[in-house]
Write a protein that binds this ligand. Structure first.
Ligand code: HEM
Length: 444
């Protein structure tokens, strides 16, 4: 066993990683995206630069994980698939999800959420999340309630978009209606009050410890959720949860904001997928065909699901998976100390053109293939025992929405986003500025 510390980044490298990886990711807003920072990231290729920086670091330090000497703590970077698999496979112990920055951020709106819980608390909360989200099944038990919601809101959106075009504001308004109906039932369709409260708390959470907590709003938020849980309708996630054992440590009220927050984020891959398909007829064709031939009411759309997965590889919505060791961990190349922060930078694994063929191209077929043992990891939803339990629900709702939009309409994307085939796709796709023209399909 190698008792020495892990290989350390050399002079200048920690500063470069902070400037090119941590700061741009933090500026974009980990909990609530900041439109100007996202636009800047696309314009100046900041995500491309972050990936290149980590490739360089990995080439110089192939052993690892690599330690960065930071003034305030030890920080490690996992840059090899084996290291990443070990870390995610050994979460929550000794690599808990509750890193200090994540605890500080999420404490603004879900202080007892599974993501920042330990031990038996975490186990009870994880169990509840898996049950309510029906994590093990591609089609949620409540799909019979959800699918008509998606269809209805897609139709409203298309009616609204056809004359003037479809922009992010219209898309997200419609998506927020879907998610409130899915979480609480139809009566919550226009309940913007709760969405607005959460938006303000997420804006605070972007600053983690640096922002003073809004005590009044933070105290009001759980009460607002409790009121909505009490009014939840049959067929909603909240009513589904009411039928489960939520006694003891499960903290049901604190699990709900994660649904609202994470389902809200799914609007990003949904709108980006629509934009990429609008720019690429070769892949829009099979997507539309699948939508037209579908006899499952939107439940089984493997090609569209693979499109969303491919978009999440290209533009992951959780770019930083963070862990923090509870004890020192022995690696082949040295020891990782206790309380060491660990960063898995998801775009690095998604866009590493040293290992992935066509890393900057949109190839939905990739998502249909099984991940090969030892292959390059696909981790937009993380992996292992703490992986996202909302993955299947995300794919169900986004693919169904896309099917309804695409079936009888043709979309064109404004030319300032260069998504055309044959060119490498940008490292950032600014969803705020997406604008699509919508027309009925010409009759054959
Ligand atoms: C675009 C869609 C989504 C993406 C890319 C995504 C990604 C992720 C990732 C990467 C994690 C692991 C975070 C970490 O370990 O630090 C995670 C955790 C989690 N996600 Fe998602 N997620 C999405 C949607 C959802 C939805 C729709 C829900 C629920 C309705 C959800 C619920 C959760 C929960 C409860 C956890 C915590 C799991 C745990 O700590 O055991 N996610 N998600």
């Amino acid at each position: 066993m190698n008792q020495r510390p892990l290989p350390k980044a050399t002079v200048g490298e920690p500063a470069a990683v902070i400037a090119e990886v941590f700061l741009p990711a933090a500026a974009k807003g980990p909990l609530l995206r900041r439109p100007r920072a996202v636009a800047m990231a696309e314009r100046f290729g900041l995500d491309e630069r972050a990936v290149r920086r980590l490739q360089k670091l990995h080439s110089r330090h192939p052993a690892g994980p690599v330690l960065l000497r930071l003034p305030f703590r030890h920080q490690a970077l996992a840059l090899a698939p084996d290291h990443l698999r070990y870390i995610l496979g050994h979460s929550p112990a000794p690599f808990p999800t509750a890193s200090s920055e994540k605890r500080a951020a999420l404490a603004h709106f879900e202080p007892r959420n599974v993501l920042i819980s330990h031990g038996p608390d975490r186990a009870a909360r994880r169990r509840l999340q898996e049950q309510v989200l029906d994590a093990g099944h591609p089609v949620h038990q409540l799909a019979g309630h959800f699918m008509p919601i998606v269809r209805g809101e897609a139709e409203v959106l298309l009616r609204r978009a056809e004359p003037g075009g479809l922009d992010w504001a219209a898309f997200v308004e419609s998506w927020d209606r879907i998610l409130r109906r899915v979480v609480f039932g139809d009566h919550a369709r226009d309940d913007r009050e709760l969405t607005d409260m959460l938006t303000r708390l997420r804006a605070d959470a972007n600053w983690a410890f640096l922002n003073p907590r809004r005590t009044k709003l933070r105290n009001r938020f759980p009460t607002a959720i409790e009121e909505r849980l009490a009014a939840a309708e049959e067929g909603s996630l909240a009513r589904f949860m009411a039928g489960m054992d939520t006694s003891g440590k499960a903290a049901p009220v604190d699990q709900v904001p994660q649904w609202l927050f994470a389902l809200g984020n799914a609007a990003m891959p949904a709108s980006r997928t629509l934009a990429v398909l609008a720019a690429r007829g070769e892949q829009a064709g099979p997507a539309r065909q699948e939508a037209r031939r579908d006899e499952t009411g939107g439940r089984h759309l493997p090609y569209l699901r693979s499109c969303v997965l491919e978009v999440l590889r290209l533009w992951p919505t959780t770019p930083m998976i963070l862990r923090q060791t509870t004890r020192s961990v022995q690696w082949e190349d040295g020891v990782m100390p206790a309380r060491c922060g660990v960063l898995i930078f998801v775009p690095y694994f998604g866009r590493d053109d040293r290992h992935l063929d066509h890393a900057h191209d949109f190839r939905p077929g990739r998502g249909l293939e099984e991940e090969k043992p030892g292959g390059w990891p696909r981790i937009p939803f993380s992996d292992g025992p703490a992986a996202c339990p909302g993955k299947q629900l995300t794919l169900l709702l986004t693919s169904a929405m896309l099917a309804h939009l695409l079936r009888d309409r043709q979309f064109t994307v404004a030319p300032h986003h260069d998504l055309a085939p044959g060119k490498p796709l940008p490292g950032t796709l600014d969803h705020f500025s997406l604008r699509l023209a919508v027309e009925p399909l010409p009759t054959e």
